[in-house]
Design a protein around this ligand. Structure first.
Ligand code: ADP
Length: 356
């Protein structure tokens, strides 16, 4: 018993350190001075080199535009996040945190940050006006999936596997940096289709690192405001039982959310637990419930989802294991059912087609 307790203490300390490490960027008590220091760290871009072309989306912080950045005689297409005027400082802080998080990463499946445009306010303090990232030409993954469903466009099964490979690859990188995302969902992934090559290569990048969503493009019903929790809105439908019950986050809770992304893709953008309110969802998940998997879902994807939704977090696979498994599927190295060429499009009859 003594040995077990010691091991448990070691494990808890290890988990705590991992948690603290990952949350350094997300310190809740960041003050004005730190706020300035964070902005100082970011690459500054002169607004004169920037041209705003058209609006492409609306987010928690304000409008997102497509634009052009001119450097050294080159024109680079960029996404420009313009901070709303009269936003609360907590929202501004989220935007800075997102920019700082992005600037510390370097991975092909994480959105690249070019820099920020800043200005000095009346108190001579630096403020952020624009955040500039690489432009993804097919917007977010959820909109992409819904559009495919609406237009009856087939999504090849292999393309879906590539989407999961890209996301899990980014997560392997985040896991190696001890970084916990806490908001993995299709709406937070961005899609780019390479038009220069003939085979329309698709690449997905993780693009949202702002944790607080007081106002968002996606229905506020996707986020739940938890009492006594800094009034943060929580993405309940993507959260693991331990995050819901105890507010615990780890790479394994990100793995749970990854399983929900797999479900979102395999249903071409269905809303998880549709028809249940957030309170019902919380009770359902806490009592061991998981999303229903469509009968036509390929077995290896069913197994992947089920393993991500293991009630025991330590029994869930790591992102590295998930990535390696997906590579085998992608390379046809597993003996799979070859009938799965495209993702089936479910309609209203979906609910009679589901199984537990
Ligand atoms: P939120 O604040 O809800 O997280 P964002 O501010 O990140 O949303 O973006 C709002 C919308 O703008 C996204 O849903 C997406 O459609 C579009 N968008 C954001 N960033 C990019 C980008 N880099 N390239 C293309 N579209 C983007």
């Amino acid at each position: 018993i003594f040995f077990l307790n010691l091991k448990r203490k070691e494990f808890l300390e290890h988990e705590r350190d991992k948690f603290l490490n990952a949350n350094m960027l997300y310190s809740f008590t960041i003050g004005k001075k730190e706020f300035q220091q964070e902005i100082e760290k970011l690459n500054k871009i002169d607004e004169k080199n920037l041209e705003l072309l058209r609006s492409i989306g609306k987010g928690a912080f304000g409008q997102v535009y497509e634009g052009l950045l001119r450097i050294n005689g080159q024109e680079i297409p960029v996404a420009i996040k313009k901070l709303k005027e009269n936003v609360y400082s907590s929202e501004k802080l989220d935007l800075i945190r997102e920019a700082v998080a992005l600037s510390s990463f370097d991975h092909p499946n994480l959105l690249k940050l070019y820099g920020i445009c800043s200005f000095k306010n009346e108190l001579n303090q630096l403020e952020v006006k624009f955040v500039l990232t690489e432009l993804m030409n097919n917007r977010d993954l959820l909109s992409y999936l819904k559009l495919c469903r609406k237009t009856g466009q087939c999504v090849e099964y292999k393309k879906a596997v590539k989407i999961f490979m890209d996301i899990s690859n980014a997560c392997v990188y985040l896991e190696s940096k001890g970084f916990i995302h806490r908001d993995l969902a299709a709406r937070n992934c961005l899609v780019h289709v390479e038009t220069k090559t003939n085979n329309n290569d698709l690449i997905v990048k993780l693009g949202d690192f702002g944790m607080s969503k007081e106002l968002c493009t996606f229905p506020v019903k996707d986020y739940y405001k938890q009492m006594n929790s800094n009034d943060k809105l929580l993405p309940i439908r993507w959260m693991s039982p331990e995050s819901i019950s105890d507010g615990v986050y780890s790479s394994k809770t990100d793995v749970w959310s990854f399983g929900v992304i797999v479900w979102e893709v395999m249903t071409l953008g269905f809303h998880p637990f549709n028809g249940m309110d957030n309170f019902q969802v919380m009770e359902y998940i806490k009592n061991g419930g998981t999303l229903h998997i469509p009968i036509k879902c390929p077995l290896e994807m069913r197994n992947l989802m089920m393993s991500c939704w293991n009630k025991l977090s330590e029994k869930r696979p790591s992102f590295e294991e998930i990535f390696n498994y997906l590579v085998l599927i992608y390379q046809d190295k597993l003996n799979l059912d070859k009938n799965n060429n495209v993702i089936p499009i479910f309609d209203e009859t979906y609910f009679s087609e589901i199984s537990n």
